[in-house]
Design a protein around this ligand. Structure first.
Ligand SMILES: Cc1cc2nc3c(=O)[nH]c(=O)nc-3n(C[C@H](O)[C@H](O)[C@H](O)COP(=O)(O)OP(=O)(O)OC[C@H]3O[C@@H](n4cnc5c(N)ncnc54)[C@H](O)[C@@H]3O)c2cc1C
Length: 424
């Protein structure tokens, strides 16, 4: 490793790669330092290996998908947004396609292609990439950044890299096997930054009751409403998956941020699934009456087959405590009412959430109050920048988190390069 650079970037994930590329394009001498054997391990497994690169929704729609303070990202998105990453990838030979919900994927459906293209791009701009190189700390002398201390993970040798600027792009704490073990929070804290409460987000939810027969069931077109301390809260429509620990799937992930925060604050959280969102109580009742009129001798189990996926039938029978062999014409008004209520409000109490190994992103991180949104520079220490998931902003599923990494990475690299080139 050479010993002097304009900018040292810690972490070669999507944020670090974009920061490196944008800085090098302006002529800065950049080193990108990655502790794993290969850069962008997490990027390679995104979108179940297909990589949901970004989302083509408008800026205003984007901001609705981001927490806790979407406005912080306005300038970052303004400097590099969804069309920019699509265009950049195209120049590298990676074509993209748009799927349901405006989600963008590489046409090859290979996340690997996106990672390799970005690495090739930064190398073509003369960025030096060092793998197996773990940053141990940032070197600061009398409030001036001097560089970073790096340990070779193979030899154990420790070296100093001098640089005028440092960009911390170490990601969050989720999926630690990919290298994102939260090291950057320690560096930020040592520089004087506040770290907002870290917790797993976009994560599966453990429930009080797990109905064995439902494990593996995947329900599309259902609606889930959260009830927090008995009060109706937000609602999502889409797909839910029943697991051995509770609930997962796109709509549960989207609700998980609020569920995690509510559980952490000792609130009671219930998830109410509406299994027939297109039908109101009256329509379901009319349908049941019609089924009964058509075949009054059929039993309750057969009626349920008409209304539910087979994996849910035993669970319904258990919850309603009805005899499955009873003929439907013996169903009393109360039984019918209970059945309709259960179809419209299948309620399960959330008790916990899955851990860092399974969470898609980290909520919390370096406080945005201490980062300049126009540059991504620290407001506490000059020439220190942040990019990507380490910052206290996170998005929903749909390509928003990678776009946050690309946009903040681009802006941080660009700003750091301008700072350095202006000074020299
Ligand atoms: C399974 C899964 C699927 C996902 N799918 C999608 C998707 O399809 N679309 C989407 O938008 N988002 C997706 N995400 C989220 C997205 O991958 C992350 O938000 C994004 O990777 C964050 O980018 P980053 O560059 O900030 O951090 P990371 O990608 O975490 O990269 C940080 C890098 O820093 C390195 N590093 C850490 N500490 C050090 C150190 N001390 N020294 C040197 N290097 C260090 C790490 O090894 C790592 O390579 C997914 C996440 C997961 C876990």
């Amino acid at each position: 490793m050479k010993n002097y650079y304009d900018i040292a970037i810690i972490g070669a994930g999507p944020a670090g790669l974009l920061a490196a590329g944008s800085a090098a394009m302006l002529g800065a001498k950049v080193v990108l330092i990655e502790k794993m054997e290969k850069p962008a391990r997490k990027l390679r497994i995104t979108g179940k290996g297909r990589c949901n690169i970004t989302n083509m929704k408008s800026l205003e729609e984007y901001l609705q998908e981001i927490s806790p303070e979407p406005r912080f990202l306005r300038q970052a998105f303004g400097s590099f947004f969804n069309q920019d990453i699509v265009d950049l990838l195209k120049t590298m030979g990676v074509d993209t396609k748009i799927e349901r919900g405006q989600r963008v994927f590489p046409s090859s459906e290979k996340a690997w292609d996106v990672a390799e293209a970005l690495i090739k791009w930064v190398k073509s701009l003369n960025v030096e990439i060092y793998n197996n190189s773990q940053i141990e700390n940032i070197i600061v002398d009398e409030h001036i950044i001097k560089g970073v201390k790096v340990k070779n993970t193979k030899s154990g040798l420790v070296d100093t890299v001098n640089s005028k600027c440092v960009i911390i792009a170490t990601g969050g704490k989720s999926y630690p096997a990919t290298g994102s073990t939260g090291d950057g929070y320690k560096f930020a804290e040592l520089a004087g930054h506040k770290i907002e409460n870290l917790r797993p987000s976009l994560v599966g939810i453990e429930t009080k009751t797990v109905y064995n027969k439902t494990v593996g069931l995947n329900l599309r077109n259902v609606s889930a409403t959260l009830w927090i301390d008995g009060k109706k809260s937000t609602n999502e429509f889409g797909e839910v998956v029943f697991t051995e620990y509770g609930l997962d799937g796109p709509i549960i992930l989207r609700l998980s941020r609020l569920i995690v925060d509510s559980l952490t604050n000792n609130k009671k959280v219930e998830i109410s699934l509406d299994l027939k969102p297109a039908l109101d109580h009256q329509k379901i009742e009319a349908r049941i009456q019609r089924d009964i009129a058509n075949s009054s001798k059929m039993n309750i189990a057969t009626l349920l087959k008409e209304l539910l996926p087979s994996q849910l039938i035993d669970t319904f029978i258990e919850i309603l405590s009805i005899d499955p062999l009873k003929p439907v014409n013996q169903l009393n008004i109360k039984d019918k009412k209970n059945l309709i209520n259960l179809l419209k409000d299948f309620r399960i109490e959330a008790t916990n959430f899955r851990g860092w190994d399974e969470a898609i992103v980290t909520a919390g991180g370096v406080s945005i109050k201490e980062i300049n949104p126009k540059t991504m520079e620290s407001k506490i220490l000059n020439n220190l920048y942040f990019a990507g998931e380490i910052i206290d902003v996170d998005g929903n599923t749909g390509g928003y988190n990678l776009q946050i990494a690309f946009s903040t990475g681009w802006l941080a690299g660009n700003s750091a390069a301008k700072r350095v080139l202006e000074v020299t």
